[in-house]
Design a binder for this molecule. Sequence first.
Ligand SMILES: Cc1cc2nc3c(=O)[nH]c(=O)nc-3n(C[C@H](O)[C@H](O)[C@H](O)COP(=O)(O)OP(=O)(O)OC[C@H]3O[C@@H](n4cnc5c(N)ncnc54)[C@H](O)[C@@H]3O)c2cc1C
Length: 584
Amino acid sequence: MTPKPTVHDYPAVIVGAGGAGLYAALELARNNIKTAVLTKLYPTRSHTGAAQGGICAALGNLEEDHPDWHMYDTVKGGDYLVDQDAAEILAREAIETVIELEHMGLPFNRTPEGKIDQRRFGGHTRNFGEGPVRRACFAADRTGHMILQTLYQQCIKHGVEFFDEYHVVDLLRDEASGGETRGVVAYRIADGEMHVFRSSAVMFATGGFGRMFKITSNAFALTGDGVAMCYRRGVPAQDMEFYQFHPTGIVGIGILLSEAARGEGGILRNDGGERFMEKYAPTLMDLAPRDMVSRAMYMEIREGRGIGGKDFLHLDLTHLGRKVIDEKLPDITEFARVYQGVEPITQPVPVQPTAHYAMGGIPTNTDARVVGDEKNTVVPGLYAAGECACVSVHGANRLGTNSLVDILVFGRRAGLSIAADLAGGGELPALPADAADQVTGELERMRTRPRGENAHKIRVELSEMMMDRCGVFRTADGLKQLTLELRDLHGRFANVRVNDRGKVFNTDLLEAREVGYLLDCAEATVAGALARTESRGAHFREDYPERNDTDWLKHSLAYRAEGGPDIRFKPVTITKFEPKPRTY
Ligand SMILES: Cc1cc2nc3c(=O)[nH]c(=O)nc-3n(C[C@H](O)[C@H](O)[C@H](O)COP(=O)(O)OP(=O)(O)OC[C@H]3O[C@@H](n4cnc5c(N)ncnc54)[C@H](O)[C@@H]3O)c2cc1C
């Protein structure tokens, strides 16, 4: 008999305690709504803490800047797949968000007059593309760490209730009532006990899924749990084919060296010492958007101009001097010393593109309400924000420093939407006694299966095949092969077993569960990539190298279905900026 779970009642439940989840929780606390924040990691270990370079806002502290310029850059950077109503909100609310962080005590770097300092970042320009602008606010190269600490302190101050190391494993929806949200099921990592959180308002803020690629800047925990749980419960995944590779990862391991290094003047060079970005983006050069720089790097490597003919290039910081490096880039230069044995003050740093950011995810409207179909019909009681969501503010390619703004602007909006929806009070939804049985059974079978497949092996194979056939360059043949390979991996995964049979801190079991989420995210990504017969932003099809607005200026929606995802489409919202050729 399945053991009975412990049941908790909360008007609002947030899954995830990174920047998006914390800002939503803070807003709910300010509105006196009793909220549970569930997180598989201790909150301050969330991946927001790894964000390095900055958070952008058109403050204009060092030179003229305007939210409209920021909006334009975001739309153009996203290769016009951005929903422009969302981009406008992002650019305008970025300013009040950064100022609120400052008032909460976030220790931003300062100008000599005491204003928040700002630096350049890829694709951010003055006057609609004329040249780079200083828009990124930063706390050295530890901006995300400071944001996470600041918001966590505020949440504690406002009495938010945290359930740390509760791994959410299922979303509860009531099919009979048209899919109303009923809560979530969580697995308590400490002792393997199941917990049901009954709630009519659930927000996902579970971050990205870079771990489906072999070389990635993402931590081990970034496995797309929220996207996959919603996908399994009938919510489509939007624009999954757009996955960003960041140009400057540490060779072989993918740890990120922030774009701030180029924002401060760093230069990418090939084997001949040539500043090759001059050829590919004559105006912005090294500060062109990431999709373009990563592709240019692979072109250099393919044409034999990688360092020593190998698959990496050099990031040259040697002309910046010790003071700039020590004051503005201390962490990432330390990474180069520790992981590569290179001294960035005097030596160029070897770099290669690394899988970094998911533009796609759970579809939402601009109030962070999840929308479940091509007509943007709201899913009652379900909300999402941050990297797991697709609002869609980044379109086909995100600009650097736009994610930290996104998670906070739309995290906050999620909190406000939930508060508005709960304003009338009311009863919590009824839940059947067997609400947790399905997922409990799945976990128990995995934990106790005597023989079966090794989850780690599946994870490694998945990450290698995604890297090879669904990375920066894609072809129909590669994607078709990958579709079959993924089907095979899914089949093997159904028979997965784990070594740890215990219940106490069984991370073996949970890591195996995460492989299933990665497989779902990969399946949706590959289906979208195969369907989209054009090149746009981070999605580059060698067999269809041009952008095709006539047929493809639309979002994709992948619905889970027997025999592989069903791909449907919905229009892009265009308000101020008509699509134009994208040059820098
Ligand atoms: C190395 C690096 C540097 C970056 N630098 C920048 C930068 O300078 N500027 C910028 O704008 N962006 C940057 N980014 C991107 C940005 O940091 C992320 O997109 C953003 O922080 C994501 O925040 P989030 O709140 O959506 O999720 P996260 O901060 O990833 O938090 C996810 C939360 O979900 C929880 N969770 C996940 N699954 C479950 C589950 N099943 N059950 C319970 N809890 C769960 C986790 O415990 C965690 O609390 C960087 C990214 C990386 C990897």
